[in-house]
Structures are given as C-alpha cells and as structure tokens.
Design a binder for this molecule. Structure first.
Ligand code: SF4
Ligand code: SF4
Length: 370
C-alpha cells in the first residue's frame, strides 16, 4: 500500500482538520501523538515527516477518535495503514519485530513454544474439538500462556461445564488470531494467519466460537473473511446462559464492584449490557459505574500492539485504578486479558493492593457457582 492508496482507502480528503480526533485521543494527552497531524501530512503534503521513535506505535487503536470524528472517518485504521508502510521498510523496534517473529514461528507473540499452549488445562479434562463438540473455545495467546490470565480460562471452563456446554479447544493446533499483528501493521502475516485459521475451522467444521478476548472477538467477527462463523465474546455467552437459567450463581458475593468497558468490546462492538448482566446476576454485588464508562470508557493502553511498545509517562490504567478506588470499589471487573494485566499492574504501581482486586467477569461468576 502506498500513500495515495492510503488517502483513498481512508477518505482522507473528507477530513476537515477539525482536530476532534486528537482532542479526544487519550494517548495524545501524554505523548506527542497527533493523529490529525499525521492525516494532514499524508493528504496535503503527500509525505510523512520524521517523528519520534515509537510515536506511531503509541496509538492503542482504542477507536475513540473514530467515534468522535464528525466525518465518520477512522483515524486509527489510517494509522495502522501507515504502520504497514513502516513495517515494510523494516524500521521497527526490536520488541515489535520479536513479537511478530514469534507469531510466525510459534503461533503466539509471547515468544513461547507451541507445545506449552495447553499447559493451562492439563488437569482439566478439556477435549479437543475433533473429539466431537458443538462450539470451539478459542483460548487465545495471552490467556493460554500468561499464568495470571490462565485463571480466566479455567473459570470460563468451570462455567461452561456447569451449564453442560459441549465445547472443545484446538490445543496445540490453536494459532494466534492475528489481532495485534494486524494492528502493528504486519498485514501480510495477518493474511497468512487468517488463511491458516480458516483452513483449521473448515477442517473441523467449526461454525461457532467463544473467545474471552475482545481483540480476538473483533478480529474473528469483523476482520476475517469467513461469513458463516458465529463469534461470541464470553460476556455474551455467559449472559445468555444466565438468561436461559443454565447458570445461576449459588453463592452471594458481598462486594462493591466497578466495571471497566474494554475498548474492543464496548466502543468497537457496542457490547455494554452483557458484562454488566453477568456481574449483576451475582447476589450481594453492588455494581458501580465509572464517570467515564461505556463509549466514554478510558483505554487501558493494552491494545493496538501496545503490550510490546513501551511508552513513557503516567499510565492510563493507573488513572483508572485510582478512579475505581476513589469510587469505593473493592473489585475492578474487566472482560479482556489486556485490561486484566494492565489494571493489575496499575494496582501494584499505585500501591492499592490492599484496597482493590482486578478480576475478569468469568472469575467473578465462577466464584459463586458451587
Ligand atoms: S475528527 Fe475527523 S474530520 Fe476532524 S480532524 Fe480528525 S479525522 Fe479529520
Ligand atoms: S485509536 Fe485511540 S489512541 Fe489511537 S489515535 Fe485514536 S483516540 Fe488516539
């Protein structure tokens, strides 16, 4: 893709340079990132100026700029396209290069070997989809390998088993969905992953998928060219099980909980109610709202490849944790592996370990089931 194609694809000539995108950008408040300026450089000057290292990769693809743009443009998609040009030129930071190489070599961006992908469920008796199942649980890279996030998978499995859902996993055959690969701008590798994954889904006649990662959810649902795939985020699936009476929390939980809307679930896919329904199904829980919630939720800075790019300055997740503590919450509930990791880290760096815990909605629900 060249700059001319980027101008056409992103309708840059419709931009009125109002600056609403940059004004609404949470990252612009702490870095030199100015998406309006990038758009102007490309559409008016026909070139990219020299920017500080990593500035282009500081965008989290949270999509706030797109929601606010009066011309319905998607400045974050434009930035991803610009990244793809820079990626092609080979001028990327070693952390991004290593993550991309790891996806190509091992099917995950975390530099972990494929054989360890199923460690999280060694003692759980989870079957492979090929043994006969109705729905695939696509575990995802971060959930499979991160020891903290693995508990989300274990909790979700407990919920699915209790509801007698006939699900399977792909085990060592599971591949990265490509979400972060695409956002980092490596579109060739993304196409390869998408083709490989679709081949695998076709081989096992997989038509329904559950994911606990909003990034995987958005990618399978909105970027994959497979139209007959029904994709569920676990918040939707659990809310449906609660609605149908297949799951009913047995124990109460007398806690004050605040829910953080993940960008890729809320802003990107308008899924606001289901995670709240899961939390509110638990007796004893008092659910609070952030003053900036739903489509105004503040990004945790985990998306768009940002797990592999260090951006100095105060972290937005730290602001979020402080707001949660000030609101009086004892549990900060999330529905995304990246939010879980960034928020939990922020609890530690802000010294709030004694005051608040971060938990995924599946973990909360699983606590109350038996
Ligand atoms: S908000 Fe939209 S129209 Fe305004 S500067 Fe940004 S991209 Fe252009
Ligand atoms: S997607 Fe989010 S971080 Fe990226 S430019 Fe838009 S508002 Fe800023």
């Amino acid at each position: 893709m060249n700059l001319h194609e980027i101008i056409q694809k992103n309708s840059l000539l419709e931009c009125i340079q109002c600056g609403t995108c940059t004004g609404s950008c949470p990252v612009a408040k702490k870095t030199s990132l100015n998406v309006r300026k990038y758009m102007r450089e490309v559409s008016v000057l026909g070139r990219l100026a020299i920017h500080p290292p990593n500035e282009l990769w500081s965008c989290t693809t949270c999509s706030t700029c797109g929601i606010r743009c009066p011309r319905q443009l998607k400045p974050y998609e434009f930035l991803i396209d610009v990244r793809s040009i820079v990626i092609e030129s080979g001028e990327v930071s070693p952390t991004i290069r290593d993550a991309l190489e790891s996806v190509y070599m091992n099917g995950n961006p975390w530099g972990r070997i494929r054989g360890k992908r199923v460690e999280w469920c060694r003692d759980l008796n989870v079957k492979h989809f090929s043994q006969g199942a109705n729905i695939l649980y696509h575990v995802g890279c971060t959930t499979s390998y991160d020891t903290r996030v693995q508990n989300v998978a274990r909790s979700l499995v407990a919920c699915l088993n209790l509801a007698n859902i006939d699900f399977g996993i792909l085990g060592g055959e599971e591949n990265c969905c490509g979400s972060e690969v695409y956002c980092m701008g490596e579109k060739g590798l993304f196409e390869y992953l998408m083709e490989e994954n679709i081949k695998l889904f076709d081989k096992y006649e997989i038509r329904q998928i559950i994911v606990n990662c909003p990034h995987g959810f958005d990618t399978f649902k909105n970027r994959y060219k497979q139209r007959d795939l029904e994709v569920w985020h676990h918040s939707q699936f659990l809310a449906k099980l609660i609605d149908n009476g297949k799951i009913s929390p047995a124990k109460s939980l007398n806690k004050v909980v605040i829910y953080h809307d993940p960008c890729y679930l809320g802003k990107r896919n308008n899924i606001f109610e289901e995670p709240r329904k899961v939390i509110e199904s638990i007796n004893g829980v008092k659910l609070l709202e952030f003053s900036r919630s739903r489509s105004r939720s503040v990004c945790c800075e985990g998306g768009g490849g940002r797990m592999w790019v260090d951006v100095p300055g105060p972290r937005l997740a730290e602001i979020r944790v402080k707001e949660a503590v000030e609101a009086g919450a004892e549990i900060l509930a999330v529905a995304c592996p990246f939010c879980l990791l960034t928020m939990e880290d922020a609890v530690k760096t802000t010294g709030n370990e004694e005051k608040i815990r971060v938990m995924d909605i599946a973990e909360l629900l699983a606590l109350t089931l038996t």
